[in-house]
Design a protein. Structure first.
Lengths: 405, 282
């Protein structure tokens, strides 16, 4: 990184004391003066150090409660750090929790002037820019309307326009692109590009990976108050998705139930990665191995597997069928235990999938076992973000007729 | 953009900080906006803010001069003294009670923007001060109407007002930040403010009790001292004792001075201590 630093953060710590029993009144203090209020220490940030260069578009991602918003509030001087230092160059405009410090009882005009001054303009400068702000926000007729009568979309537009017009050196932005109508989102996106082109330093906090990958030069992933990954935004994005879905899909472990009196008992069901470990998230293209362990409770002439992979919307994506134990399948005696593994080529699009496990009687017919949602997993990455599957393809072109000349 | 930016350390929110110009700009803007909001939003505007002290004045004047027959006999300009006291006290009471919840009301701003936190209670007091300024003009009209002769001691009035304003600011700041932690401050303060109204020589002259001990007690309150002095300076009645005379010696004004200074120091200390944490505690 050859750019000079615009933001420098060193070993930042911040914890919140969450009272287990909140003392809200003086009365409680007076009645029980000696009982020390009990606190639970919540470490929101635990030793964060990073640097953002001048003109850099820097993304901060993390799951809810990872500490990313706390970090932003520390950068914006809304919270004070317990220890560590933050150094910054130039003027900063924060855009936090979808807004700036608006007072709902004041009109847009008054709020704009007040906030402009808070962000470091003089009252005169702010008044000069008022028209431009209102125009960008497309709120021309509503300048003298109290903000409590604004819709949330109007508020965000006003706040965003204000931030743009304040013309700071550093933008701190928290989850902005998720709101507003498509037209305004487009406007924001253009504004982002313009800011980037002008060499502004931008710190964007979001949990939307696509935004980070689209705009950010570098990104940082925060998990449990620590930096989990920092660097190229695509690497961070991938790591983030993995982290995100590990929580969402349990640990790829089966919920084996509801099959108590079936003729075949399911002992275990799991999705396993290439390394043989139970996994819950797979990158597109990474083979998925579905393992089940079953126990026969009666004699069967032959058994066949019939898994169904269903996506989060309940659409049956594919069916996996195979005779169990070879072809032709051998008889299975009562008490016999088997592990059946099915390796699936992962052509699935990104999403959350469930495995319904089924075992059928092959010769007599009929279902021997049916466990819905025995296992689940998440697929991320891949070329087909908006499609269920991406099928192997080959495209060739033949020139049928050359144009004359 | 080629020169390397100069890094400054950012230390988080504070009571002051962020440049003097910005502080005063914000203070002025906030107070003026609030004043406009309250008085230009309603039909009769500013008149409403005058109606309240005048109503109180009218009622009390009737009760004390006609029904109870105190005051008027002993004090030459009882009505003016009463009105002036009410207007002064209205400033103190309005400022402090409105400051109590001021920081919490501005939650949206506090949680999202960095600015010197002290601006909030100060702006509240300033808004009330605008109000007071207008009300005091009315008091002067009454003064002249009731035949009080201007004297050179009127020039000392700003000194008393400065003390009153300082005390008001101190109490307001302390309350505003304490309320973030302890929500029953609001109720407690309403009662205390009520008590202080009667404990200050507004309805009655200090001499009403004919008792040195009570006079001495009344002069323990900084408000009592200030109000008494205002009466002496503005009305210039020969029979009205100065604060020193009422207390029976300058030594007996020491408690009031101690309370005054103590309140200011406490307010500064608690606000400075709590300011960085306000956004978290809300």
């Amino acid at each position: 990184m050859s750019r000079p630093a615009q933001i420098q953060v060193e070993d930042l710590h911040k914890s919140f004391r969450i009272p287990t029993h909140r003392v809200d009144s003086l009365k409680e203090r007076v009645v029980k003066p000696l009982s020390k209020p009990e606190y639970r220490e919540l470490k929101a940030l635990d030793g964060i150090s990073f640097e953002v260069g001048q003109g850099e578009f820097f993304g901060i991602v993390g799951r809810n409660g990872s500490g990313k918003s706390t970090l932003l509030k520390l950068l914006a001087s809304i919270y004070r750090a317990d220890s560590g230092t933050i150094r910054m160059a130039g003027r900063l405009a924060p855009f936090i929790e979808l807004g700036v410090g608006f007072n709902p009882n004041l009109t847009a005009r008054e709020n704009v002037v007040l906030n402009g001054v808070m962000m470091g303009l003089t009252p005169g400068e702010t008044r000069q820019r008022l028209d431009a702000i209102v125009e960008f926000a497309e709120l021309g007729e509503f300048t003298d309307l109290k903000l409590k009568n604004y819709s949330s979309g109007m508020l965000v537009r006003l706040a965003f326009s204000l931030m743009m017009e304040v013309d700071p050196d550093i933008f701190l932005i928290d989850e902005v692109l998720a709101v507003g109508d498509a037209a305004f989102q487009q406007k924001c996106a253009d504004a982002f590009r313009q800011m980037k082109a002008e060499g502004k330093t931008i710190v964007l906090v979001t949990h939307e990976m696509s935004t980070v990958e689209e705009y950010c030069d570098r990104a940082m992933l925060i998990s449990d108050g620590k930096i989990a990954e920092i660097g190229d935004s695509e690497d961070v994005g991938r790591r983030y998705l993995r982290l995100n879905f590990e929580g969402a899909a349990g640990v790829g472990r089966a919920s084996v139930e509801g099959a108590g009196d079936a003729p075949v008992r399911m002992l275990d069901a799991a999705v396993v990665n290439a390394a043989g470990e139970r996994a819950s998230s797979f990158e597109h293209g990474e083979a998925i191995r579905i393992q089940i362990e079953i126990e026969a409770r009666e004699d069967f002439a032959a058994l066949a597997l019939g898994h169904l992979i269903v996506n989060g919307d309940g659409v049956n994506v594919c069916q996996l069928r195979a005779p169990i134990g070879g072809d032709p399948p051998p008889p299975v005696k009562a008490g016999e235990r088997l592990r059946v593994e099915t390796v699936v080529e992962n052509l699935l699009g990104a999403g959350h999938y469930f495995v319904h496990c089924g075992i059928n009687r092959l010769l007599e017919g009929g279902v021997a076992l049916d466990v819905a949602g025995a296992a689940d997993f998440v697929v991320f990455g891949g070329p087909a973000d908006r499609a269920l599957v991406s099928l192997p393809q080959e495209t060739s072109t033949t020139v049928l007729e050359r144009a004359a000349g | 953009m080629s020169e390397a930016p100069v890094l400054r350390e950012v230390s988080g929110p504070s009571a002051l900080g962020g440049g003097r110009q910005r502080f005063f700009d914000l203070l002025w803007l906030m107070a003026a906006t609030e004043f406009k909001r309250v008085y230009f939003g309603t039909l009769l505007g500013y008149l409403w803010s005058l109606v309240r002290p005048l109503m109180l004045f009218g009622v009390l004047l009737f009760v004390f001069t006609k029904a109870l027959r105190i005051g008027s006999a002993e004090v030459e300009h009882y009505a003016v003294m009463l009105l002036m006291g009410i207007v002064l006290y209205t400033f103190f009471q309005e400022s402090t009670t409105e400051s109590v919840s001021s920081v919490v009301t501005q939650e949206g701003v506090v949680r999202k923007t960095q600015f010197p936190r002290l601006v909030i209670p100060l702006a509240t007091v300033l808004t009330c001060a605008f109000n007071f300024g207008l009300n005091f003009l009315v008091v002067f009209v009454f003064l002249l109407a009731f035949g009080v002769d201007p004297t050179w001691t009127w020039l000392l009035l700003p000194v008393a007002l400065l003390f009153l304003a300082t005390f008001t600011v101190a109490v307001s700041t302390a309350l505003s930040v304490l309320y973030v932690r302890f929500r029953d401050i609001a109720i407690i303060w309403t009662v205390v403010a009520q008590v202080l109204f009667y404990a200050t020589p507004i309805l009655y002259p200090v001499t009403a009790f004919q008792d040195q001990t009570i006079e001495r007690l009344l002069m323990i309150s900084p408000l009592g001292v200030i109000f008494e002095q205002v009466r002496v300076w503005v009305l210039a009645e020969p029979q009205a004792p100065t604060a020193v005379e009422a207390a029976g010696g300058a030594v007996y004004l020491l408690p009031a001075a101690a309370i005054f200074v103590g309140t200011c120091v406490f307010a500064a200390w608690i606000f400075k201590r709590e300011a960085p944490r306000i956004a978290e505690d809300l």
